[in-house]
Design a protein around this ligand. Structure first.
Ligand code: GTP
Ligand code: MG
Length: 202
């Protein structure tokens, strides 16, 4: 699946601009700067497919990428979402991003799963809990992906996974497995690809 060509398909900055539902979709959500766009590039083996940045708030729209085809023919769509919890953005902007994400996450039958990315150095934050509340309420299946594994000491890795699993234990829509990835060393990327392939086969 991930050996196929992946290209930009569509950008939406409001719910009325969403592409017509088609291929199954997988979305990547998470706090600003957690590494969503970088993970998308690592997954698809493309250095500059999704724009990454040191400055938080880089991704401002829902960006759709298609594997193996265009809007009508792609086998899978990957959706890069704007980051949440970005303190420096204006209230008005935050409100419009939040509305967009909420609209998208609620009524999207083609959306198979949302990967909620969490910085592996810091673990879950209150804003992540808010996102998980929204997903639980929407009965939208999601899975936590810890990022920046290359920046975490070996002795901390298991601890971080265990505290995360404990925190999602009672959450109804959370998939009870955590993947620890690095977009730099590619650690965990094969596991994430396998997880996505499995979802598509279901
Ligand atoms: P927004 O679009 O602003 O929400 O950010 P994002 O979540 O898309 O983050 P992005 O991929 O742009 O990465 C943010 C910063 O983290 C960049 O400086 C990346 O180089 C860095 N980064 C991302 N993934 C990793 C990783 O696995 N390891 C390390 N060391 N740095 C990473
Ligand atoms: Mg981004």
């Amino acid at each position: 699946l991930f050996a196929q060509e992946c290209d930009f398909l569509w950008a939406a900055s409001s719910a009325s601009q969403l592409p017509p539902p088609g291929a199954p979709e997988i979305a990547f959500a998470g706090r600003s700067n957690v590494g969503k766009s970088s993970l998308l590039n690592a997954l698809t083996n493309r250095k500059t497919l999704a724009r990454t940045s040191h400055t938080p708030g880089r991704t401002r729209e829902l960006n759709f990428f298609g594997l193996g085809g265009d809007v009508d023919t792609a086998r899978l769509r990957l959706v890069d979402m704007p980051g949440y919890g970005y303190a420096a953005a204006s209230k008005q902007k935050i409100a419009s991003w939040t509305d967009l994400m909420r609209d998208f996450l609620r009524g999207r039958a083609s959306l198979l799963r949302v990967f909620v990315l969490v910085d592996g150095r810091h673990g879950l934050k209150p804003v992540d809990a808010e996102m998980m509340d929204l997903l639980d309420r929407s009965a939208m299946s999601y899975q936590i992906v810890l990022t920046k594994r290359d920046e975490v000491k070996a002795a901390e890795l298991d601890k971080r996974v265990e505290e995360t699993l404990k925190a999602i234990e009672k959450r109804p829509a959370a998939f009870p497995q955590v993947i620890f990835t690095s977009s730099q060393s590619f650690a965990g990327i094969p596991d994430l690809r396998a997880g996505i392939a499995r979802l598509m086969a279901e």
